[in-house]
Design a protein around this ligand. Structure first.
Ligand SMILES: Cc1cc2nc3c(=O)[nH]c(=O)nc-3n(C[C@H](O)[C@H](O)[C@H](O)COP(=O)(O)OP(=O)(O)OC[C@H]3O[C@@H](n4cnc5c(N)ncnc54)[C@H](O)[C@@H]3O)c2cc1C
Length: 316
């Protein structure tokens, strides 16, 4: 990034911009090379101005949630990485519950989904318990249509406010949102600002028991004490899980450098401490090859792989 762009960002963001920031500090994998500039953005207005400026300067831009579904390559990210904070971290309940017991909760894109799930649980509202164990933000959960135990974020989403690439804020009702398995179609450059979720009043004790069961299952089946990005591969179909195929292929415990196919859950790759993105990518390729040879199934990554190969750290 040239000095004049750096100066503009420093003038406008002060301590809220970091240059050459290692993405390993911002991903749950603990892996990733440096971002040219990582910025914390606090309001719609600030975000809109920044997007306009970046377009003007031809600088690429991406939104970082909690970094829990990302594998950032070792060469890092060219351009701007934006984290949504403050104004994007608020949550409120609609004042008028509908007569049939449905309640709206509006949450900013930067709110952690487990906080949203906890809020609903504490207020005896059903439909978001599944989110309690997911370490992402509302923005990331919508983008990925995150889900667990047969539920997903699309089920309760009633509308999403999006900043489009022309600088307009558009609120899209459910009927205009195209969710798919672990995905939401966003127009190029679309940034999720906040969303409303419709949840139903329910029995609080029943909800608590359900939440405890989900937590217990997660702790028993997932390697939560080691850094990871959750499931690495999408399930090939509703009946066949990626983890099952990887397990059957005997790949639990397979290693490349510091990356290992978890011995607890075959669809997790864990960072044993010093893994590079190149280790994870080599291990993923090995898993894909062996599973394909054994079962003629091509596993597709669920984790988003972004950034540059090592050796291409040339700053914009
Ligand atoms: C231990 C563990 C367990 C997990 N369990 C589950 C699970 O049960 N179910 C599940 O579905 N996932 C799970 N995950 C994966 C991950 O938590 C989810 O995919 C989560 O929704 C990602 O959210 P995030 O905020 O971390 O997004 P990030 O990983 O930061 O980003 C993911 C994508 O979303 C985009 N994005 C983020 N915010 C915005 C925004 N405001 N506007 C536009 N785009 C945006 C990013 O640019 C990126 O493309 C797990 C991960 C871990 C580490």
């Amino acid at each position: 990034m040239n000095t004049s762009n750096k100066n503009w960002l420093t003038d406008h963001f002060g301590t809220q911009v970091a240059f050459g920031e290692s993405m390993s500090r911002h991903t749950t994998f603990g892996i990733g090379g440096p971002a040219d500039a990582l910025l914390t953005v606090r309001t719609d207005q600030q975000l809109r101005a920044l997007v306009r400026w970046a377009q003007d300067k031809g600088l690429p831009l991406m939104i970082l949630g909690a970094g829990s579904n990302l594998l950032v390559r070792d060469g890092g990210i060219r351009g701007l990485v934006l984290k949504l904070a403050n104004g994007f971290e608020s949550m409120r309940q609609g004042s008028e519950p509908s007569p049939n017991g449905w309640v709206g909760i509006t949450a900013g894109a930067g709110v952690l989904v487990r906080k949203l799930g906890k809020y609903a649980l504490d207020h005896g509202l059903a439909g978001l318990n599944f989110a309690l164990g997911i370490p992402g933000t509302v923005g990331g959960a919508l983008r990925m249509n995150a889900g667990a135990w047969g539920s997903c974020i699309a089920d309760t989403t009633s509308s999403v406010a999006i900043l489009n690439q022309h600088g307009d804020i558009v609120t899209m009702g459910k009927e205009r949102l195209h969710f798919s398995y672990r995905g939401l179609h966003l127009e190029e450059g679309g940034i999720i600002l906040r969303a409303e979720f419709l949840v139903e009043r329910s029995d609080r004790d029943g909800l608590r028991q359900e939440a405890l069961d989900m937590q217990r299952k997660r702790r028993l089946t997932q390697p939560l004490s080691l850094p990871s990005a959750g499931s690495m591969f999408r399930n090939p179909s509703a009946d066949v899980s990626a983890g099952e195929l990887i397990d059957k292929a005997g790949l639990k415990g397979f290693c490349q450098g510091g990356a290992e196919v978890s011995t607890k859950h075959a669809n997790f790759i864990v960072n044993k401490g010093d893994a590079k993105a190149s280790d994870v990518l080599a291990l993923m390729a090995q898993v894909q090859d062996i599973v394909f040879d054994r079962f003629a199934v091509q596993l597709e990554p669920e984790v988003m792989i972004i950034g540059q190969e090592a050796g291409s750290q040339e700053l914009l």
